[in-house]
Design a protein around this ligand. Structure first.
Ligand code: CU
Length: 71
């Protein structure tokens, strides 16, 4: 079942950051789409709840230069 999760993203300063964050989320198995908003410093993730959890999404991003937290 697909779920939607909004995450707060810290560490983004420009469009390249937003793209890097988007790619990091899309690389996680079970992620269907990732919509990153640089101005709002947030990301809207649609994911398959059978494959991945919101906690795993934040953990995956926290391995990069950016930080995600549940909103
Ligand atoms: Cu940047």
């Amino acid at each position: 079942m697909n779920k939607k999760q909004k995450l707060a993203i810290a560490g983004m300063t420009c469009n390249h950051c937003a793209i890097a964050v988007e790619k990091a989320f899309l690389a996680v198995e079970g992620v269907e789409s990732a919509e990153v908003n640089l101005d709002q410093k947030s990301a809207l993730i649609v994911y398959d709840a059978d494959k991945v959890s919101a906690e795993k999404l934040t953990a995956a991003l926290n391995e990069t230069n950016y930080t995600a937290s549940l909103q």
